[in-house]
Design a binder for this molecule. Structure first.
Ligand code: ADP
Ligand code: ADP
Length: 229
């Protein structure tokens, strides 16, 4: 099963009677462990696509399978479960819980796994070690640098062993050197695990690192380079 299979997906928004087409028939497959960048100008449909891939929203037409499951066939509760079990998400601005330690931020997604607090913390500690933050487990976000906060966010996204890691401008709030280190970390974790890495970026150098680039324009895929179409 591919991580993602999209066949002719469309998403329109209704703006008070006016239909705005955000995605106009998009088809692609993301294999397990793939490394894909989604690029394109503002308004081309990247965020809409990321929302669909994140299970936050469903296509208005076409078929989207995430980890083999047709999102249109899922109830809202099943979609929420799919999000927790198969998708990890990393944001531009980290979105960590401010009053919570790095360890508890990373342990949080495991609450739905039937693990007790001790097991959750043990897994979170291992995951923080994998991102090089074993010495920061008891720090809160405001005691960490931007790069460290993003590494905590990456640990949180991967602690559940998702099928897809979605990253929306993961280097957007970081300086060049720190951003590069975060990309190298994402790439190492992508190589070590079966999680497909799908990122949106405006940074050409970041996009150039991916094995495949999907270029969006006006709600369609304009070019798909480096991977199978
Ligand atoms: P990008 O992320 O590439 O900037 P978006 O997916 O945000 O592109 O937007 C694609 C198109 O859909 C744009 O024309 C945008 O104005 C429109 N759009 C996005 N979100 C909404 C919304 N919630 N309501 C109405 N139109 C929207
Ligand atoms: P940032 O500035 O860090 O990108 P925002 O909250 O502005 O943070 O944007 C994050 C985007 O990701 C929002 O459009 C939000 O709706 C979306 N988002 C949040 N959670 C998920 C998820 N699990 N899957 C896909 N998209 C998500």
């Amino acid at each position: 099963t591919p991580a993602v299979a999209a066949v002719n997906i469309e998403r329109t928004y209704d703006l008070g009677g006016v239909t705005v087409p955000a995605l106009r028939g998009v088809s692609f497959t993301v294999e397990r462990a793939a490394y894909v960048a989604i690029v394109g100008p503002s308004g081309s449909g990247k965020s809409t696509l990321m929302h669909l891939l994140g299970g936050l929203d469903r296509p208005t037409a076409g078929t989207l399978r995430i980890d083999g499951r047709d999102v249109a066939a899922l109830t809202p509760a099943e979609l929420a479960q799919l999000r927790n079990e198969t998708i990890g998400f990393v944001f531009q601005s980290f979105h960590l819980l401010a009053r919570t330690t790095a360890l508890d931020n990373v342990a949080l997604p495991l609450v739905y796994r039937g693990l007790n607090a001790r097991e959750r913390r043990a897994r979170a500690r291992e995951m923080l070690a994998r991102v090089g933050l074993e010495h920061r487990v008891d720090h809160r976000p405001n005691q960490l640098s931007g790069g460290e906060q993003q590494r905590v966010a990456i640990a949180r996204a991967l602690v559940t062993e998702p099928t897809v890691l979605l990253a929306d401008e993961p280097t957007g709030n970081l300086d060049t050197t720190t951003g590069l280190a975060v990309m190298e970390l994402l790439e190492r974790l992508n190589a070590e695990s079966s999680a497909a890495l799908v990122l949106v970026t405006h940074d050409r150098e970041v996009a150039a690192r991916a094995k495949r680039r999907i270029h969006m324009r006006d709600g369609v895929i304009e070019a798909d380079e480096g991977g199978a179409a």
